[in-house]
Design a protein. Sequence first.
Length: 144
Amino acid sequence: MRALSDWLEAYGESHQNPINQKIHKVAVPGIYLSVVGLIWSIPQLSILGFQLNWVWFAVIPVWVFYFRLSLSVFMMMLGYTLACIGLIWSLEILELPVLHISMLLFGALWILQFIGHKIEGKTPSFFEDLQFLLIGPIWVFRKH
């Protein structure tokens, strides 16, 4: 597995333009939130009378990836993920359309991301390796 510093350096290579960096500062955490919301919206599993949300199955391998990078990254992303889950749960309690809000956020923020990369003049890092989708939030939170 690559070292955290190698991941961040490689990610940073295609994120040099200040406008693209500002776009990423907003879009990357929002996309992460929207993905949590999309997964949250999948109908729950019923196992032995317990209702389990798919989000818990999705975040475990993500947390393992972050833990393998570093304890501080794991703790940061654990906190952010739990905050996202709390926000999504709050939207659900308020009977707001989590799926529709998440879809709108996801689409709009990805459009912004591609505008940022057009300005940058470089393709998104995840075209090279999908794991960069998990590196983006670390880069944003550590850089800004």
